[in-house]
Write a protein of this length. Structure first.
Length: 213
């Protein structure tokens, strides 16, 4: 099928609720028959097979250099041109990609989600709409602690050290400044139903406009 595609970037700090906002948007659009695919920035962490586990643990995963943005760009453009991709799969417990991929077919809507997707010029220039999810710092930290403890088998000590050494400094240097590139800022994450509904309505409008060209 030859899809006419809209590409949306959704950024925000760690624990901001951008993933929940993304899924709420996808769910709402699916009801209107607009099929979406999701490319998570986290899937594109670079392979580090040459490093030991102990070395991989110490890497700064919140710096742009940790992400294979060249591959992400290639995949976005391939999907836009109605070609399928093999999306990488990243394992947070071993801090490395696994030797499997996820086959992704083209769709009407491509959503690219991650903390740095608006900070990288060549990536944000691909987006038809740019969204930043803005949430209180304390709330974001609590969510990150809960997620890393429950979903990524991290110790509290490792979460604390990573946050102080890399997460917070990288947020201030790269993530927060990228907010100025956003077309829409959604405060309070998934709790902001009005903001999410406004984005959904806008995307439906853009898609209908594209479809009628």
């Amino acid at each position: 099928m030859d899809y006419k595609t809209i590409i949306v970037g959704i950024a925000g700090g760690t624990g901001s609720g951008k993933t929940s906002v993304t899924h709420a948007i996808i769910k709402n659009l699916e009801k209107k028959g607009i099929h979406s695919i999701l490319l998570e920035q986290d899937s594109y962490y670079k392979r580090n097979d040459h490093l030991t586990y102990e070395q991989r643990v110490t890497l700064n995963y919140d710096h742009p250099d940790a992400i294979d943005f060249d591959l992400l760009e290639t995949h976005i453009l391939a999907l836009k041109n109605n070609k399928s991709i093999e999306k990488p799969i990243y394992d947070f417990q071993v801090h490395n990609r696994v030797n499997r991929t996820e086959h992704i077919e083209p769709a009407n809507l491509i959503i690219v989600e991650g903390i740095l997707v608006l900070a990288i010029e060549k990536i944000r220039n691909l987006f038809d709409a740019k969204i930043f999810v803005d949430t209180d710092d304390d709330e974001r930290l609590l969510r990150r602690i809960e997620r890393d403890l429950n979903e990524r088998a991290r110790s509290f000590e490792s979460i604390k050290n990573q946050y102080i050494k890399t997460v917070k400094p990288m947020h201030l240097e790269f993530v927060e400044p990228s907010k100025r590139y956003a077309d829409v800022i959604i405060p309070r994450g998934k709790d902001n139903k009005v903001g999410i509904n406004m984005v959904v309505s806008r995307l439906r409008y853009l898609f209908n406009k594209l479809k009628n060209k």
